[in-house]
Design a protein around this ligand. Structure first.
Ligand code: KIV
Length: 293
């Protein structure tokens, strides 16, 4: 196995090493659950390649999501629907290599793309194994109800699972666009029911995308064993996630209103990520103005 380069040799400044008592410990599932229990916010960012993963790790990001949003920000697709498992494998492997090169503390979540877990739980297992073998620590899949059995099947086989409710981009055509979800009494009740089912099935993380802040706060308070990670879901989730390109102000289209450009006041990318981590941890991101729904 390649050992990481000495701290002084990294392009990311002086970093803690194993011989340095201030070294960050690798983020693990028990640690994420402990953060949830202690009320320490979890800072997650997407990353798709080795360099950004290494910088995120050095900046103190807790979790890197190799999201299928890469289809839009890296491949120029108009939705995430066309992203393949092979593409996800390639990017997860790149991210895992990058994270290993520096500190290897960051928790890596690999997104299962559209069509890679829909046929059967056995197909989901085969797809999850591809991403875990590429270096993911956890896989993410979208939707509730029909996914519950799949989540249970994967968790029983030792694969940590992050679920994803609210706006689920892989079903954008069925949803009729990138709209806020859970606004009616019925849809909010369904989302809460599905969130509980996913926790009971063993999901150990839940992304809540574009749901009203009050609803995500309720879900967060009720799910004691499954930290919620919000994106456009208010400030009261157990953690936050943003798409890397958005928080660096590199969105080519319309910037979602829940995004903050952390590059605006930062001298560099690592500093922008550090500012994001600090703002998530101290609760100053997101603020109420960024979540009017
Ligand atoms: O693919 C992705 O980046 C995601 C986040 C937006 C949560 O699913």
């Amino acid at each position: 196995m390649n050992s990481p380069p000495p701290a002084s040799n990294t392009p990311y400044g002086t970093l803690p090493t194993t011989s340095n008592p201030t070294a960050r410990k690798p983020v693990s599932l028990p640690r994420l659950l402990d953060m949830r229990a202690r009320g320490e916010k979890i800072a997650m960012l997407t990353a798709y390649d080795a360099t950004f993963a290494a910088v995120a790790d050095a900046a103190g990001v807790d979790c890197v999501l190799v999201g299928d949003s890469l289809g839009m920000v890296c491949q120029g697709l108009s939705t995430t629907v066309g992203v393949t498992l092979e593409t996800m494998r390639y990017h997860v492997e790149s991210v895992a290599r990058g994270a290993r090169r520096v500190q290897a503390t960051v928790w890596i979540v690999g997104d299962l793309p559209f069509g890679s877990y829909h046929e059967s739980k056995e197909q989901a297992l085969r797809s999850a194994v591809v991403l875990m073998e590429a270096g993911a620590h956890m896989v993410k899949l979208e939707g509730g109800g029909w996914t519950t059995e799949t989540v249970h099947f994967l968790v029983e086989r030792g694969i940590p699972v992050c679920a994803h409710l609210g706006l689920t981009p892989q079903t954008v055509h069925a949803l009729g666009g990138y709209r806020v979800q859970g606004k009616t009494i019925e849809s909010a009740a369904l989302l809460k029911k599905q969130a509980h089912e996913l926790q009971d099935a063993g999901a150990s993380m839940l992304v809540l995308e574009m749901v009203p802040a009050a609803l995500s706060a309720e879900v967060t308070n009720e799910l004691l064993h499954c930290p919620t990670i919000g994106i456009g879901a208010g400030k009261d989730t157990a953690g936050q996630v943003l798409v890397l390109h958005d928080m660096l102000g590199m969105n080519l289209g319309k910037m979602p209103k829940f995004v903050r450009n952390f590059m605006a006041d930062a001298p560099g990318i690592k500093e922008a990520m550090q500012a994001y981590v600090a703002a998530v941890k101290d609760g100053s991101f997101p603020d109420n103005a960024q979540h009017a729904w």
